[in-house]
Design a protein around this ligand. Structure first.
Ligand SMILES: C[S@@+](CC[C@H](N)C(=O)[O-])C[C@H]1O[C@@H](n2cnc3c(N)ncnc32)[C@H](O)[C@@H]1O
Length: 249
């Protein structure tokens, strides 16, 4: 796997990059299907947190590796306000896009391995979607998770969503990212001082080892959803909702 700094430079900071193919665009069938599944996950998780005492109207929320800010915007809709919503990312291009799209949400550049700005607050909820997949070594993951753990309030919630793979640490040298086994992702979350509340699989590798989101390109949504339930494949992605240790759900 490549260095995350190189990947951010070539994949996310390069306006000409085709590393994120157009098929994932929101208006395409794959992008639309994926966004719906991840939004369902976020909706369920936010409601679990609310039933566990999260006062969303007053909550401070941080999206780590926020990209161009799509999920911060969704959180602002759920919250009813862009106040107290923050995003950080290592890509200056993506942070600029996020600021342009979401003028009242606060964003900063940072490398989560080196440190995460606190914006002068501590956080009630942190999102970490498809970011750990870019960190190559256990040391980088440990540092990032320790930085995240420090920023969370004592009852704070963490929602991690990432790609699945049998093993994070065996990947081809040229890949931009690599997923995690369930054990590896759970261990990473626990290392931030978090207690696991729920774990769920999202998407699935279906026949010919094809990620179900890609199958949505050519098949109706209902077909893909039924296949995800019935087909005996590996998960496509894993989501873990966790809470700072010591607090009750
Ligand atoms: C696959 S994208 C996910 C974006 C967003 N979370 C989403 O789900 O749409 C990964 C993002 O993580 C960012 N990233 C990668 N390594 C990072 C690091 N060390 N610190 C901060 N951001 C990082 C990239 O710049 C990119 O925007």
């Amino acid at each position: 796997m490549k260095n995350y700094q190189d990947v951010v430079r070539d994949r996310y900071d390069n306006p000409e990059s085709k590393a994120v193919p157009d098929i994932w665009a929101l208006l395409g069938r794959i992008g639309h299907y994926s966004e719906g599944k991840i939004r369902d996950l976020l909706w369920r998780s936010v409601n679990i947190a609310r039933s566990g005492g999260l006062d969303l109207g007053k909550a401070t929320i941080l999206d780590i590796g926020c990209g161009s800010g799509f999920w911060t915007r969704v959180m602002a809709e759920y919250k009813g306000s862009p106040e107290d919503i923050y995003g950080v990312d290592l890509s200056s291009l993506r942070i600029a896009q996020a600021k342009k799209m979401n003028g009242f949400i606060s964003y900063e550049l940072c490398d989560i391995v080196e440190g995460i700005p606190s914006f002068g607050v501590t956080f009630d909820m942190v999102l970490l979607f498809d970011v750990l997949m870019h960190l190559r070594s256990q040391g980088q993951i440990d540092k990032a998770m320790a930085n995240i753990g420090r920023l969370l309030n004592k009852d704070g919630w963490l929602l991690v969503y990432d790609a699945w793979a049998p093993d994070h640490f065996t990947s081809s040298s040229g890949s931009d990212w690599q997923g995690f086994s369930e054990r590896q992702l759970l261990d990473a979350v626990k290392s931030a001082g978090m207690r696991i509340v729920t774990k769920e699989n999202v998407f699935k590798y279906l026949w010919k080892n094809r990620h179900s989101a890609l199958v949505a390109h050519s098949r109706p949504r209902m077909f893909v959803e039924i296949a995800e339930r019935l087909y005996p494949g590996n998960p496509g992605n894993i989501a873990v909702l966790a809470r700072k240790s010591g607090s009750g759900v």
